[in-house]
Design a protein around this ligand. Structure first.
Ligand SMILES: Cc1cc2nc3c(=O)[nH]c(=O)nc-3n(C[C@H](O)[C@H](O)[C@H](O)COP(=O)(O)OP(=O)(O)OC[C@H]3O[C@@H](n4cnc5c(N)ncnc54)[C@H](O)[C@@H]3O)c2cc1C
Ligand code: FES
Length: 249
């Protein structure tokens, strides 16, 4: 883990309230599913905010973010060349798999899954991706995901792709014979609960990436504590990725 001084290279609106930001600096290697604590232009006045690493190489890193409160609103004011600090990589990430992999994402939960699909594909896995959005206007990163596996875009309102939730699209493929060795999921809690139920009912190893409010991001403050197998664990340090059997999202 490193605290890196970076410069913003792009900060573009995907749609109202959603942005993709890329930064440039001396980036350390990361594992898919790890995250970063990103300084906002409000500096020391507020804590850094956690974001999934969409993709990174040794010089650059990309994040997508939803504007929620003052921290993410402040990020929207960043322009090309602005300086900030990013601490990364943090957390444990998803395991690499070379078998049959189902990647299931919902909304901004697709952010850390692009590199999961990319690395599993590079390891020789058969990757199927099920990404769900409220509507076609909210769809993100599909062109990139399609490079790393068979992509099913799902929309709640049926405005594009599969009409319904991504766990239902996965279940439908499983009923048609797709037998994943592992499911990797990140998204809203109802999606993760449905994926946990589906994976566990079929005996498939399932990993979930949890979201909690965070303070330090490095295991020191206990803000992000949750129950894992009945024991207190820190989502930032012991997660954010857990086996589905250990947690109740
Ligand atoms: C490991 C991890 C990875 C994340 N990755 C992404 C990502 O890739 N893209 C993205 O858009 N968001 C991501 N989030 C959520 C993001 O960190 C929060 O939305 C952000 O910190 C809110 O900051 P704010 O100052 O704008 O809002 P605040 O003013 O702090 O809060 C505004 C609202 O957002 C809620 N909120 C705050 N923190 C979180 C949180 N951690 N999870 C859920 N709700 C929260 C608050 O309860 C409140 O309702 C991630 C969170 C975690 C823990
Ligand atoms: S955010 Fe401080 S311990 Fe997890």
């Amino acid at each position: 883990m490193k605290d890196i001084a970076v410069r913003v290279t792009a900060n573009e609106k995907l749609y109202d309230g959603a942005y993709i930001m890329t930064v440039e600096g001396d980036m350390p290697p990361f594992r898919p599913g790890q995250f970063a604590m990103v300084e906002t232009p409000l500096g020391e006045r507020i804590l850094r905010r956690p974001f999934g690493i969409v993709d990174a190489d040794d010089r650059s890193c990309a994040f997508i973010y939803q504007v929620k409160g003052e921290g993410t609103e402040a990020l929207t004011h960043l322009r090309y060349g602005d300086a900030l600090k990013v601490m990364m990589p943090l957390g444990n990430g998803f395991p690499l798999s070379s078998g049959k992999v189902a990647v299931v994402g919902g909304g901004f939960g697709v952010a850390p899954l692009l590199s999961v699909a990319k690395s599993c594909k590079a390891a020789g896995a058969e990757v199927r991706i099920y990404n769900g959005f409220a509507s076609v206007e909210r769809e993100m990163l599909s062109g990139l995901f399609a490079e790393y596996g068979t992509l099913t875009v799902c929309t709640d309102d049926g405005s594009a792709g599969y009409h319904g939730f991504p766990f239902a699209a996965l279940e439908s493929d499983m009923n048609d014979g797709f037998a994943p060795d592992v499911i990797m999921c990140c998204g809203p809690a109802p999606l993760m609960r449905a994926v946990k139920k589906l994976g566990e009912s079929r005996g498939i190893t399932t990993y979930l990436s949890l979201e909690q409010r965070m303070g330090c991001g490095v295991g020191a403050c206990l803000t992000c504590t949750c129950k894992v197998d009945g024991h207190n664990k820190r989502v930032c340090k012991d997660g954010p990725v857990f086996l589905s059997t250990e947690v109740q999202p």
